[in-house]
Write a protein that binds this ligand. Structure first.
Ligand SMILES: CC(C)(COP(=O)(O)OP(=O)(O)OC[C@H]1O[C@@H](n2cnc3c(N)ncnc32)[C@H](O)[C@@H]1OP(=O)(O)O)[C@@H](O)C(=O)NCCC(=O)NCCS
Length: 176
């Protein structure tokens, strides 16, 4: 995966009903460490990394690149949305923009991920109009599968990788 190219970055913070999407800042570091080290967050992402290793290797301002949104609720980071250019991937996905999302467990079950991802996809439609977006997730990751459906992704294929069944979805470009 590579950062998105040819997009003006960072955009003005994006406000939704309950959330703000913005570029990462140094004060978000603790939440980034939590996302990487949390067993719950990483259940379907290959497992958590040891916290001391994450602490050592996480930069002062993590996740600062075009297409990387910190999601903030009441001034505190609750999640990370990643829009990246797929490089090594399934043939159907190579070269396309890829959506990823990670939220802290205490923020699950309120519709925040859906609200924030919809806003990120709106932003994407504005800066790279007419481009599809792909998304890969384990089929066992029920919350992620439901979110993908809510966001308008439909199945391209299922495949085996890393010892589990994976789902590749695509969201067709919005035509005005
Ligand atoms: C995947 C993940 C982001 C989903 O989070 P989530 O909070 O379940 O997702 P949503 O924002 O769609 O919220 C869903 C729930 O909020 C509920 N909800 C509560 N209040 C709501 C509101 N005001 N508006 C909308 N939904 C609301 C919905 O009913 C929904 O529950 P349901 O899916 O059981 O019907 C989260 O589980 C996560 O971060 N997982 C770890 C990382 C990961 O696996 N990422 C995928 C990598 S591809």
């Amino acid at each position: 995966m590579e950062p998105l190219e040819h997009v003006a970055w960072p955009p003005e913070p994006i406000k939704t009903e309950r959330l703000v999407l913005r570029e990462s800042e140094a004060r978000d570091r603790t939440a980034f460490v939590e996302l990487l080290a949390s067993p719950e967050v990483n259940t379907y992402l290959g497992g958590p990394r040891p916290r001391d290793e994450v602490e050592r290797e996480t930069p002062e301002v993590p996740g600062r690149w075009p297409g990387s949104f910190v999601v903030e609720l009441d001034g505190t980071m609750i999640g990370h949305i990643l829009l990246r250019r797929a490089t090594k991937h399934r043939p159907a996905a190579v070269g396309k923009a890829d959506l990823g999302y990670l939220f802290l467990p205490r923020a699950w079950g309120f519709g925040y991920a859906a609200e924030a991802c919809a806003a990120a996809l709106d932003w994407f439609d504005g800066v790279l109009p007419g481009e599809p977006v792909v998304l890969a997730t384990q089929t066992a990751n029920v919350g992620s599968m439901r979110l993908a459906a809510k966001l308008g992704f439909t199945e391209v294929e299922r495949f085996e990788a890393w010892g589990a069944e994976q789902w590749l979805g695509m969201r067709s470009p919005v035509t005005p």
